[in-house]
Design a protein. Structure first.
Length: 150
């Protein structure tokens, strides 16, 4: 059952690129941009991460903290952060726990082939840990994602 607008986000978000547990309560008083993306270092995911990186200061001024989530490993995230100079943490959801809670993991198709993967989705979580907005896969513009949030 996927989380929806009005639902409280889970307290434990998972382990970041350094193996540190990330908890919702660490961000009390801030809005969270929790964005799920398919794969580190692919063109669309890089464009999305760079849009958030390039507008990170503006997002922070507006009271947002950015956290990325994919099913890639901690080491893959470390390389992606280092290569793209990302100022925010990435959660390594290798067991897909968070992706399944948020309903971003499921069957996709490309060129007639069915496979399981991550739906590019962004959740805006308010200062009280409640989901207040969801930017759905068909709505996410990877190149201008930060302005979609702001």
């Amino acid at each position: 059952m996927a989380l929806k607008v009005g639902d409280k986000a889970p307290e434990i978000l998972g382990l970041n690129q350094n193996g540190k547990e990330v908890k919702l309560s660490e961000f009390a008083g801030k809005k969270i941009v929790l964005y799920f993306y398919p794969k580190d270092s692919t063109p669309g995911c890089t464009a999305q991460a760079c849009s958030l990186r390039d507008n990170y200061e503006e997002l922070q001024k507006a009271g947002y903290e950015v956290i990325g989530v994919s099913t890639n490993s901690e080491s893959s995230h470390q390389k992606f952060i280092s290569k793209q100079n990302l100022p925010f943490q990435l959660i390594a959801d290798v067991d897909k726990t968070l992706s399944e809670q948020f309903g971003t993991w499921g069957e996709k198709s490309m060129y007639g082939r069915q496979y399981m993967g991550t739906f590019r989705t962004t959740f805006i979580i308010n200062e009280n840990g409640v989901i207040e907005r969801i930017i759905l896969p068909k709505e996410v513009n990877t190149k201008t994602h930060a302005s979609q949030i702001l």
